[in-house]
Ligand binder design. Sequence first.
Ligand SMILES: Cc1cc2nc3c(=O)[nH]c(=O)nc-3n(C[C@H](O)[C@H](O)[C@H](O)COP(=O)(O)O)c2cc1C
Length: 127
Amino acid sequence: MKEYVLKNDDFLVSQTDSKGTIIFANDDFCAIAGYSIDELVGKPHNIVRHKDMPKAAFKDLWDTVKNDKIWSGYVKNRTKDGGYYWVYATIYPIYDETRKEKTYLSCRRKPSQKEIDEAQMLYKTFK
Ligand SMILES: Cc1cc2nc3c(=O)[nH]c(=O)nc-3n(C[C@H](O)[C@H](O)[C@H](O)COP(=O)(O)O)c2cc1C
């Protein structure tokens, strides 16, 4: 399937509530994933999950952020039309004063091809 290679200045942001339901996504995230903001808000974040991603990566992600630590890692995501794109994601746990709950913010940038190759090799050993 078709790969979308991020541009150097693509910066994809999304935010979830404490359970992983999307509460915000920026224009870059919507455009690259191929969804409108209305199609994303209220949906579980696994809406963009790609089948090649090992479960262990997401377990590590959730264990880390639930412990109030910042998680960074490489993620292959699925686009609405069945394509994919790789990101280097950093996920921050934050306390939302308005919602009175913990939310999570993910900021994603372009990984280098070398980083993608290494992540791909590593993830294959997880399965
Ligand atoms: C802020 C935040 C951003 C996330 N971004 C992604 C993402 O871009 N792609 C993805 O597959 N999972 C993402 N996840 C993890 C999903 O919540 C989910 O754990 C994952 O897609 C695996 O699906 P599953 O838990 O149903 O197995 C994110 C989680 C959080 C808290």
